[in-house]
Design a protein around this ligand. Structure first.
Ligand SMILES: Cc1cc2nc3c(=O)[nH]c(=O)nc-3n(C[C@H](O)[C@H](O)[C@H](O)COP(=O)(O)OP(=O)(O)OC[C@H]3O[C@@H](n4cnc5c(N)ncnc54)[C@H](O)[C@@H]3O)c2cc1C
Length: 357
C-alpha cells in the first residue's frame, strides 16, 4: 500500500526502486484476473463469487490485472466491516474531526465559475457568494471542473482525451422500504441466478441495457436495527450497467419488477404488496447531483493503461493553485482510495508551500 498506492503519480520515477519493482511482480500486475482466479479455483460458483467485485472496476475480469485480487483478500481475510448507523457515520466522524481542527464547512453551494489571475484561481463564484482562494483542492468530478468551469487555455486535457477514457460502470439503484421483515436475506446478497458472462458483455463489450443482470441487495437492518422501524425492512438494490445509458420510467419499471420478482422467487416471500416506500436513482441523478462524467458511479475503469501515472494528473502546469483529488485521479475509485487521494493532495500542497517558504 505504501509503496504503490500512496504515490502522487506525477512521474514514473516514483516507482523506480527495487522494492517497488519486486512488489509489482509479486502482485501479478500483468496476469489477467480471470486467469489468476482459475489457477486456484474451478467451481463455477466460486469463480463467479471472486470475479463479481471486479465487475465494478471498469473491465471484464480477463482485462483487469490480478493485482485487484486485493479486493477479495480484503473481503475474506480482513472481513467486511459496517459502521453502525451506515456509511454516513464516517462522514459525520470526519466532519467532527475537521471542525475540531478549525475547518469551516459549507455545503449545499455549487461552484459555478472561477475568476483567474496570473494563472491562478483567485475567486470562485457560487450562485450567491464569492470565495477568495490561496489554494484549491478540487474534490468534485475532475472532468466537470476542468471542462465546464475552466477556460480552454487552463485545461490540461482536451474533450477528446476525456472521450477516450474508459469509465467504470454506472448503476441503477432502488431504495425500497417494506412493512415486514424478509427472512431469506442476509445483510449482503448477490444474485448470481443469471449468466455473469452475458451481463459483463452488456456492460463492457457491447454496452446496452442488460437482459438478465446480476444484482446486489443490501438489507442493512439485518445488522443495524436503527436502519428501519421495528418490524420493517429497508433494501438497497443495485444493478451495474454500462456508463452513459440514459434511463426512462419504463426502463426503471421493467428492472424494478424484474428484481422484485427474483427476490420473491429466491426468498419464497411476498414482497410487492409490502412496499411502503420506493426511490430510484440512475444515470440522470448521477449527472445532475454530482456532475458525474457520463453518469459514471465509480470513476475511471481500473485498466492497466489508466493506472498510476496514466491517470489524470493531480496537478496541472496551467493553473498554479489547483490540486485535483478524488476518484478520477490517483490512486483511483472507491471510498478508501478517495480518502488516500485527499491525503496525497494535502502532501503535495504542503510540499509546494515548503519549497516556496
Ligand atoms: C452506488 C455506489 C456504490 C458504491 N460502493 C462502493 C463500495 O462498496 N466501496 C467503495 O470503496 N466504493 C464504493 N463506491 C464508490 C465510491 O462511493 C466513490 O469512489 C467515492 O465516493 C468517490 O469519492 P470522491 O470524493 O472522489 O467523489 P464524490 O464522493 O462524488 O464527491 C464529490 C462531491 O463534489 C460535489 N460537486 C460536484 N460538482 C461541484 C461543484 N461545481 N461545486 C461544488 N461541489 C461539487 C458533488 O456533489 C460531490 O458531493 C460506490 C459508489 C456508488 C455510486
Amino acid at each position: 500500500m505504501r509503496d504503490l498506492v500512496q504515490k502522487p503519480g506525477l512521474s514514473i520515477l516514483e516507482f523506480a526502486n527495487l522494492k517497488v519493482l519486486k512488489g509489482l511482480f509479486q502482485l501479478d500486475l500483468l496476469t489477467p484476473f480471470s486467469k489468476f482466479v482459475r489457477k486456484y479455483f474451478s467451481h463455477p460458483h466460486l469463480i463467479q463469487l471472486l470475479e463479481f467485485p471486479v465487475l465494478f472496476l471498469g473491465a471484464r475480469p480477463s482485462e483487469i490485472p490480478a493485482l485487484y485480487s486485493l479486493m477479495n483478500y480484503a473481503d475474506m481475510q480482513l472481513g467486511t466491516w459496517y459502521p453502525n448507523g451506515g456509511m454516513h457515520q464516517i462522514i459525520l466522524a470526519m466532519k467532527k474531526l475537521a471542525i475540531e481542527l478549525g475547518v469551516e464547512i459549507r455545503t449545499g453551494e455549487e461552484i459555478k465559475r472561477f475568476e483567474m489571475h496570473d494563472h491562478s484561481i483567485q475567486t470562485a463564484f457560487t450562485q450567491s457568494r464569492r470565495y477568495e482562494y490561496d489554494e484549491i483542492v478540487a474534490a468534485c468530478d475532475y472532468q466537470h471542473l476542468e471542462q465546464n468551469l475552466l477556460d480552454k487555455k487552463y485545461r490540461k486535457y482536451s474533450s477528446q482525451y476525456w472521450d477516450k477514457r474508459t469509465l467504470a460502470p454506472s448503476c441503477l439503484i432502488f431504495y425500497v422500504g417494506l412493512n415486514k421483515k424478509i427472512q431469506g436475506l442476509l445483510h449482503h446478497n448477490l444474485f448470481f441466478d443469471t449468466d455473469f458472462g452475458i451481463h459483463a458483455e452488456e456492460i463492457y463489450t457491447s454496452p446496452k441495457w442488460p437482459e438478465n443482470p446480476l444484482f446486489y441487495v443490501s438489507a442493512p437492518g439485518k445488522t443495524d436495527s436503527s436502519c428501519a422501524p421495528q418490524g420493517c425492512e429497508n433494501l438497497f438494490i443495485l444493478i451495474p450497467v454500462a456508463p452513459g445509458l440514459k434511463e426512462n420510467p419504463e426502463i426503471q419499471e421493467h428492472y424494478f419488477n424484474m428484481v422484485i420478482k427474483r427476490i420473491e422467487e429466491r426468498t419464497g416471500e411476498a414482497i410487492r404488496q409490502h412496499i411502503i416506500l420506493r426511490r430510484d436513482y440512475a444515470y440522470s441523478n448521477f449527472v445532475s447531483d454530482y456532475h458525474s462524467f457520463k453518469g459514471n458511479a465509480y470513476g475511471l475503469a481500473n485498466t492497466l493503461n489508466q493506472t498510476a501515472i496514466l491517470k489524470p494528473k493531480m496537478q496541472s502546469n496551467k493553473v498554479k493553485n489547483l490540486t485535483y483529488t478524488g476518484q478520477l485521479t490517483v490512486p483511483g475509485p472507491g471510498v478508501p482510495p478517495s480518502l488516500i487521494s485527499g491525503k496525497i493532495a494535502a502532501g503535495l500542497i504542503h510540499k509546494k508551500n515548503q519549497s516556496h517558504a
